[in-house]
Design a binder for this molecule. Structure first.
Ligand code: CMC
Length: 403
């Protein structure tokens, strides 16, 4: 705001920074996630992502993001209890979801159902009440896998499966997705459960990305966290953000074989299309999450069949990383380049990929929302603009208009 004192005259508005898409604007100070895009470094609350992935469960990482430290044993027990206790949704949520068209995209259902939760928990409007905030955090982290699985079951015309609170967070999600309705229990494959849990850790937060900034933006008007999270999920839905993993698989399927890779690269270089899963606003180096996912792929393929798309993806990566177009622009594979291939091998349909991103990103959204609510420097978000429309002009006189 001090820039505004730089004026040409008393009547002058003062200096204003023009920064389309906030490429060089920090709207907050944050202690949650650190990224060094040039070096390819990602840390949650100081811990390198490489140390957390595979060694800490998603719910431990979720606690870390929200509370700032890894949970001590009693804190973890309480956190697990609270999340497990809130996995059920009101029966009317089921009825609400039944209203969606049979071929509705699961992400559209997730966005709408998150917003609908606001009507079930009116006390969530008490955003200045710390206890209320914490209850909504428990509910949102706990219920998003249930809503996600229900959205899938609805889209394939299968009955909903209630949460099984004897299972871990990730195993329970897989059970709600795949348990046949005629069986009482279903234990998902432990290797696949572990792989998905690691993917959840990798997707849990990424500082001021488009959806998290949306969570902060909507939350800054003191809207409740359900509608704020719905807005964040809507931002995540786009193909340039959380929808990219789905687009990567579609692109690889279209390419079909390794020998068609050069043709795709030519199309990308001529500006006809983007190479989905490549490039990042912040990373100008290999996305560390993509490296971990690529390494995890083999453990998944050992259980499922090898997804042949991985060979096309590897050829594509090799070709792109040795091509001047990509080198000059510092375009590397991002988190979405390999995640879709693993999801597909695990049997997830493509429509559900962005939903698989939304489940763990809920922790990041909530950690940032909580941080913003406690930050005395924050007010309602309200960017300025540089007006380029017409100067003052007037409607014709009413009498002239009649004639
Ligand atoms: N394929 C081809 N060219 C690209 C790509 C790409 N994927 N990404 C950037 N470029 C080019 C772009 O055309 C531009 O070239 P030029 O300078 O000649 O005009 C230059 O690189 C800079 O691109 P930009 O659009 O200014 O970069 P940005 O920071 O605004 O965009 C991005 C970042 C992620 C939206 C973009 O890289 C992209 O569209 N990638 C594909 C979609 C994707 O994979 N999204 C997932 C992002 S990671 C997960 C997440 O956080 O959601």
């Amino acid at each position: 705001m001090d820039l505004r004192q730089v004026k040409t005259s008393e009547a002058d508005f003062g200096l204003l920074s023009y920064d389309p898409s906030f490429q060089n604007t920090a709207p907050c100070r944050s202690a949650i996630t650190y990224i060094d895009g040039d070096a390819g470094v990602l840390r949650y609350r100081g811990y390198p992502i490489e140390e957390l992935a595979g060694r800490k469960s998603y719910l431990e990482v979720s606690y870390l993001l929200i509370y700032g430290h890894l949970p001590r044993p009693n804190e973890l027990a309480e956190w697990l209890h609270n999340i497990t206790y809130h996995t059920m949704v009101h029966e009317n949520v089921k009825k609400f979801m039944d209203g969606f068209h049979h071929d509705a995209h699961p992400m559209g259902m997730v966005v709408s159902t998150l917003a609908a939760l606001s009507t079930f928990y009116p006390e969530a409007k008490q955003v200045h009440d710390e206890g209320s905030r914490e209850r909504q955090i428990h509910r949102l982290v706990a219920k998003i896998p249930t809503i996600a699985a229900f959205s899938y079951r609805h889209s394939v015309g299968m009955s909903y499966i209630y949460p099984d609170n004897d299972l871990s967070y990730t195993a329970n999600f897989l059970a709600m997705m795949y348990r046949p309705s005629w069986t009482a229990h279903y234990t998902p494959n432990p290797v696949l459960t572990q792989a998905l849990d690691t993917l959840f850790v990798l997707h849990a937060d990424h500082e001021q990305n488009c959806s998290t900034s949306t969570m902060r933006m909507v939350g800054s008007s003191l809207a409740d966290p359900y509608v704020s999270a719905a807005a964040a999920a809507a931002a995540l839905y786009g193909p340039l953000h959380g929808g990219a993993n789905e687009q990567v698989v579609r692109m690889l399927q279209e390419v079909g074989s390794k020998d068609k890779v050069p043709a795709l690269i030519r199309q990308v270089k001529s500006g006809k299309r983007r190479l989905m899963g490549f490039g990042h606003r912040v990373y100008k180096n290999y996305d560390p999450r993509a490296r971990i996912i690529k390494e995890a792929a083999d453990s998944v393929f050992a259980v499922t069949a090898r997804n042949r798309l991985i060979d096309i993806a590897l050829a594509l990566e090799r070709t792109a990383l040795s091509d001047d177009y990509f080198i000059k622009r510092r375009l590397y594979p991002n988190v979405d380049f390999y995640s879709g291939i693993i999801y597909q091998a695990m049997g997830f349909p493509m429509d559900i990929f962005p939903v698989l991103f939304a489940i763990p990103r809920m922790s990041g959204w909530l950690a940032h929302w909580q941080e913003m609510m406690m930050d005395e420097e924050q007010k309602i978000a309200r960017p300025r603009q540089v007006y380029i429309g017409p100067g003052e002009r007037h409607l014709p006189e009413p009498t002239a208009e009649k004639s």
